[in-house]
Design a protein around this ligand. Sequence first.
Ligand code: AMP
Length: 213
Amino acid sequence: MRLILVGPPGAGKGTQAVALAAHYKIPHISTGDIFRANLKNGTELGKQAQSYMDRGELVPDSVTNEMVKDRLGNSDVANGFLLDGFPRNTNQAEVLDAILLEKKMPLDAALELAIDNSEIIRRLSGRRTCRNCSATFHKDFEKPKFDDICDKCNGQLYQREDDKEEVIARRLEIYSQQTAPIISYYKKAGILKSISAIGDVSEITQKVISLLK
Ligand code: AMP
């Protein structure tokens, strides 16, 4: 299964990606997680990405495309992969197609998680993320057992800089201007599958699995 997840920030791409990657036994490749890991480790890549991430802007394609190309060179993608957060504009989608064409590994599906803006703002502004394992919680709707502590690994929970309200607005703007056009790109390619991102997490996962059968 070679799959990409498309949807606005807060649609639950990360959550669904973890479940789907486990189901299909394929690596979950999140460009946002790779950038955050580089930021945490103070690498050159992290330094290049930080100012864009903090403002909710896209990291330049030259940096992001190289990083993804490098990641897809890893042998663990031989039996499939799930890309989460990439591509995020038409140029990235074209670059991805070129990389996969060369590897003779075309995408099986582009899965769109659809959700409206008011629900996104509610989800993102209350989201808390584990510094250690990237698991996410919600301060009102999916509270951790202990305040600011991750249920899964006891790591510290924090609010991502880009989950603050003023940055969310910018991310939504970027999504509609730059990322939404890739939905018609994959529709034209005949591999788009859309599903509502509202509802119980595991029910959505099951619906996706049936849709992809
Ligand atoms: P995410 O965790 O997917 O919401 O990504 C967090 C941030 O990382 C984004 O707001 C961007 O600044 C950066 N980022 C992640 N994926 C990409 C991408 N495909 N292209 C450019 N920037 C990205």
